[in-house]
Design a binder for this molecule. Structure first.
Ligand code: ZN
Length: 253
């Protein structure tokens, strides 16, 4: 499995929020960077044409004056595009990125998000005529309103933000939805680890992240020729963030 990561993501001075805190990316890469099963791939930034597949010129232009934020956000979006492309070519991939993107809509963004990384990645493959359908699971504690907005006009793109309260019900909800989907061209996962039992979501255990990864692996093998990729969204309980990402990746690969 390939991990999209650039050392620039360690820089925490691009913003001042929960996603940009110092040590957050280290808490992940210190754990998954040691794994021999993962190959680290250096991403490229997204270009403006790719951003404009998902966003209005107004939104893109509104970020540009903040150069540090813009440069980090286009590198995150480019990583998501590369992860999707690697998945399209048959190997699972995880983009370990910030800023996150699932609260970024076509014309605005809020919370810690800037550009809709998942939407940009999928719309790039769609524009290249590689895919015509997709499934997105967002297991962040917060609903991916931006992803839903950006992909709203695409009728063959299914998006699931599970809402069940207990971890058992949460996993069942995912199973029940995917079993009704016969086939899609690719599976994308908005991986938000703030749904962890010690994070703001207060719901999922480390083993649940493994189960979700495994569920998406099996679903993609049945319905999408195994094409699957994931991108980092939230996750703020730093002591366990690395092991939770690792658990998900082990299930997913
Ligand atoms: Zn969140």
């Amino acid at each position: 499995m390939k991990i999209l990561f650039d050392n620039k993501f360690y820089n925490s001075d691009y913003a001042n929020n929960g996603a940009s805190v110092p040590g957050r990316m280290e808490s992940i890469m210190d754990v998954i960077g040691k794994e021999r099963d993962f190959e680290i791939v250096r991403p490229r930034p997204a270009d403006e044409g790719e951003l404009l597949l998902a966003h209005s010129p107004h939104h893109v232009d509104s970020v540009k004056p903040n150069r540090r934020l813009y440069d980090m956000a286009i590198l995150a979006a480019g990583s998501a595009i590369m992860a999707a492309d690697i998945a399209y070519n048959g190997e699972p991939a995880f983009a370990c990125i910030r800023p996150p993107g699932h609260h970024a809509s076509r014309d605005s963004a809020w919370d810690y998000c800037v550009f809709c990384n998942m939407g940009i990645a999928l719309l790039t493959l769609k524009q290249q005529k590689k895919i015509t359908s997709a499934f997105v699971l967002d297991f962040d504690a917060h609903t991916g309103d931006g992803t839903k907005d950006v992909l709203a006009d695409w009728k063959d793109c299914y998006i699931l933000n599970p809402y069940a309260d207990s971890s058992d019900e949460y996993l069942k909800e995912i199973q029940n939805v995917v079993k009704k989907i016969p086939a899609v061209d690719i599976v994308g996962v908005c991986a938000g680890f703030d749904s962890y039992e010690k994070d703001v979501g207060r719901k999922l255990a480390t083993s649940d992240f493994y189960m979700i990864g495994d569920l998406m692996k099996r679903f993609s093998k049945r319905a999408a020729n195994g094409r699957r990729f994931a991108i980092l969204e939230g996750g703020y309980f730093l002591p366990d963030l690395g092991k939770n990402v690792l658990a998900f990746c082990h299930g997913f690969m």
